[in-house]
Design a protein around this ligand. Structure first.
Ligand code: FES
Length: 111
């Protein structure tokens, strides 16, 4: 085991977006069936287009975030402690603009 905290802090990452892509073989809703992978891809694309993916904001698939719905995916942005449910790919630009600014200019180190 290696402690990598200082190295990671030195990279300049400010935010980590977790997107639920949980799959569940049951009668209950799960984000895998509610656009989870598509939402994650749309978030990465939006950030890449603004040179913020992995330079400032990281994105990870997550297991259940406790906001399951058939209508869309659960997303949380840490350490802001922001939480969203029922996110669809079409919602991603509005969600990220509200958090980071239209061109991600509200992130440190961005234009
Ligand atoms: S399955 Fe995604 S929040 Fe529960």
């Amino acid at each position: 085991m290696n402690r990598r905290t200082d190295e990671q802090k030195g990279r300049g990452l400010t935010d980590h977006v977790f997107v639920c892509t949980n799959d569940r073989d049951s009668e209950y809703a799960c984000c895998r069936d509610a656009h989870g992978p598509e939402v994650e891809a749309a978030i990465k694309e939006w950030l890449r287009e603004r040179n913020a993916f992995w330079s400032t904001v990281s994105v990870s698939s997550a297991s259940c975030l406790g906001l399951c719905s058939e209508e869309g995916t659960a997303v949380t942005i840490q350490p802001r402690d922001e939480w969203y449910d029922e996110v669809t790919p079409a919602d991603v630009p509005d969600l990220l603009e509200a958090e980071f600014g239209p061109d991600a200019e509200e992130l440190p180190g961005e234009q």
